[in-house]
Design a binder for this molecule. Sequence first.
Ligand code: FAD
Length: 323
Amino acid sequence: MMQLTIDNKTYTNAPEETILDTLLREEVDVSFACKKGTCQSCMMRSTGSAPPTSAQKGLKDTQKKQGYFLACLCHPEQDMQIRLPEQSELYSQGTVVENSMLNRNTLLLKLECQDIQEYFAGQFVNLQREDGLTRSYSIANTPQESGILEFHIRALADGQFSSWLHNEIKIGDTIAVSEPQGHCFYIPERADEELVLIGTGTGLAPLVGILHDALENGHTGEITLFHGSSVLEDLYRVNEMRALAEKHTNFSYFPCISGATVLEGFTPGRADVVAIDSRSEWKNVRLFLCGHPDMVSNMKMQGFLNGVSMDDIYTDAFEIAVK
Ligand SMILES: Cc1cc2nc3c(=O)[nH]c(=O)nc-3n(C[C@H](O)[C@H](O)[C@H](O)COP(=O)(O)OP(=O)(O)OC[C@H]3O[C@@H](n4cnc5c(N)ncnc54)[C@H](O)[C@@H]3O)c2cc1C
């Protein structure tokens, strides 16, 4: 069993436990959310020995060199001295400049954050409340709107962070914002390649950013967006997407409704199923999948089985924090 030392206190890491498991069992106050190495909110630093490389998955080279690692992925191979990062090491301050509703349960949140100007539309950041509660949210706009980050936040029943954002946050408030991360974004190459974008719920957020980025970069290949929800009331930005499809002949938009009531102008069925049924040929397609984790993993498999290269499948699964 390995010993973990933090602030002169030592904790015993039981076999099979990650460092995050140990610290939560010991009731140490640490940030975490997805527990899968996606959100990076449990990043901490080894000040002695180098952490296992498997616990540094997805970190920047500079962070790796400084001994940062993800506690949720870390099974220590030796005793470790650990430092929990100060908020200011990993976060900048964002100021709320807009909070309005996109539909009955989706908040449009805009933060002014001059420290974060370089990112790719479709990446995500971690937002952190003063008490340390941390959640990941995708950036919905391109960096053109200098210093402004846009988010689409769905209210979950009893969801701690989303309820706080929906019910308490107001213009002028500040929220801590991490550096942008994630690999689900548009790369301006192979401009004639087809892009297929599939999202459920607020999975539209990164896809809107990716779509604008592709159009602004002069992408010439067909771009098709399938946005799905079970009921009409939970779709949003429908008119804006329809207007974009009118303006750009290479962009098609399918608002999909999986529930029983489907109005004219909307496509019946789940977005991923509609997408699969819409075409027989999937080779030379770049696929972007965002939103519900089941949809993302099912569609990733379907895309691959239908001939999309794994290198051309970009995903953002909105994993809910594990209690
Ligand atoms: C990479 C990434 C990007 C994301 N992007 C977005 C985005 O753009 N927009 C967006 O809206 N979301 C996004 N998410 C999801 C987001 O991070 C949060 O998980 C989501 O907002 C819910 O957080 P919460 O604190 O409100 O809910 P939580 O408090 O974490 O609760 C989640 C759910 O669990 C239920 N729950 C609470 N307590 C219990 C319990 N004891 N037992 C059982 N169930 C319980 C709640 O009712 C709620 O439905 C993203 C996630 C990831 C990983």
